[in-house]
Design a protein around this ligand. Structure first.
Ligand code: UDX
Length: 439
């Protein structure tokens, strides 16, 4: 059992704190937001993440998971202090470290015995060094700074945390290595590795992993766009190349672009770090450009279908979140499409199982929200699919056709096969499937 403080109760901090409590550690989470801390103390999980609520409640009840607004109280007894603070992109795209360094300064003033301070946030190469220097300005006792990036996917975060493919720990201190190794032992019982490396390599591993995945998706999106031109089917090509172990089947699904809180921010930050070293990430620069364009590929198709006049058309939108199983709408392709549709004079009725409150906050009354996927379709001239929620995968097509004004679907996530669409008499446009069935 270890005593742990987690500073910052955003998405990463909450999952980290809760999962460490679940493995028997004593965890105290620190946040400056008084209202949020109050809500969490009452057992309320402030984000939507499958399975987190059960673990959250169980560990609060067991008194292994506690919350405070007082940093001093939070770190007093902790052997390990996780920093899970935001690193928003500044105006120039580089990660803003002011939260992390601000808290580091306070930690330096507060600690009185040995602590391992862990960077959990995604931070540019060299941050551990900066955190170390900031704490050292005031600290009067020994401490180590470790880089321990997270590889959590929203929607699967609890599972990813409990059964990680690998744990990356960046430190050159044997003392910190021992503490961190013991902490993560319960999570790697299945045989996946704990990879010890230096701080900088650990920091870069996180950026390189996300940038590689963003590149893989973007490559596939370009192949999809080309498939449409030459009459090939991207699903066939995807399976054809993914069967090669060297390529792998995952992260090859084309769509209307990647979004979320990680890929866009991390690719941009890595490109920016490169610039600071007079190094140009040529591939990643192209990835960012292609992804921005990919968010737009369905709009001209819709315009064409309506002969350039979307004014007065009623468009149903299925899916607002940047991906399924989350209420996160950051950089969501749906937002781009809705903005363009409204600009063109169309009206929008949307349905998303989780993300509607967040979109309501952002877009207010400019669009309508439905209580389920069929209600969104009433009198719609077309359906636009932006997120592949499971609930959209197998609809009653007779009901869909019956409630829509016209049987037209623009699918940004390739949920349906062409034969089914033809059989039910839908006009159907998706991504990268140039081959049309005969009828
Ligand atoms: C990602 C990383 O997977 C995770 O390891 C890291 O810690 C944080 O960033 P996340 O942003 O939650 O996680 O979502 P992920 O499931 O990776 O999807 C990212 C984006 O790529 C989504 O917009 C998704 O729709 C898109 N995507 C994913 C595709 O377009 N095609 C694919 O084949 C896979």
């Amino acid at each position: 059992m270890k005593k742990i403080a987690v500073v910052g109760t955003g998405y990463v901090g909450l999952v980290t704190g809760t999962c460490f409590a679940e493995t028997g550690n004593q965890v105290i989470c620190v946040d400056i937001d008084t209202k949020k801390v109050e809500r969490m103390r009452n057992g309320e999980v402030p984000i939507y993440e499958p399975h987190l609520d059960v673990l959250f409640e169980r560990n609060i009840k067991a008194n292994r998971l506690r919350f405070t607004t007082d940093l001093q109280e939070g770190i007093k007894d902790a052997e390990i202090i996780f920093l899970a603070l935001p690193t928003p992109p500044g105006e120039d795209g580089s990660a803003d470290l002011s939260y992390i360094l601000g808290v580091s300064e306070q930690i330096g003033k507060l600690i009185t015995d040995y602590k391992v301070i862990v960077d959990k946030s995604t931070v540019p190469v060299g941050t551990a060094e900066k955190v170390h220097a900031t704490i050292a300005q005031n600290a009067t006792c020994d401490f180590d700074v470790v880089s321990n990036p997270e590889f959590l996917r929203e929607g699967f975060a609890v599972d990813d945390f409990m059964k990680p493919d690998r744990v990356v720990i960046g430190t050159q201190s044997d003392r910190a290595k021992k503490v961190m190794g013991e902490l993560y032992q319960p999570f790697v019982r299945q045989g996946n590795p704990i990879l010890f490396m230096d701080e900088k390599s650990a920091e870069l591993t996180k950026y390189a992993a996300n940038s590689f995945l963003a590149t893989k998706i973007t490559f596939m999106n370009e192949i999809a766009n080309f498939c449409e031109l030459v009459g090939a089917d991207v699903d066939k090509v995807r399976i054809g190349i993914g069967s090669d172990d060297r390529i792998g089947k995952r992260f090859l699904f084309p769509g209307i672009g990647y979004g979320g809180s990680c890929f866009p921010k991390d690719v941009q930050a890595l490109v920016k770090s490169g610039k600071e070293e007079n190094f140009e990430f040529q591939i990643l620069t192209a990835v960012m450009k292609v992804n921005e364009e990919q968010k737009t590929v369905l709009f001209p198709k819709m315009q064409n279908f309506f002969r350039g006049n979307l004014s007065g058309k009623k468009i149903a939108v299925w899916g607002l979140a940047f991906k399924p199983d989350t209420d996160d709408i950051r950089e969501a392709p749906s937002l781009y499409m809705i903005k363009e549709l409204l600009k063109a004079g169309a009206s929008v009725t949307a349905y998303d199982p989780e993300a509607m409150p967040n979109v309501k906050q952002l877009l207010g009354e400019s669009i309508q929200f439905a209580t389920n996927e069929y209600e969104a379709l009433h009198d719609a001239d077309a359906l636009l699919i932006c997120t592949e929620w499971s609930v959209f995968r197998n609809p009653d097509f007779d009901q869909v056709g019956a409630v829509m004004r016209d049987k037209v679907i623009f699918d940004g996530r390739n949920l349906f096969d062409m034969e089914t669409m033809n059989k039910h008499g839908f006009y159907y446009q998706s991504i990268g499937r140039g081959i049309k069935s005969d009828n």
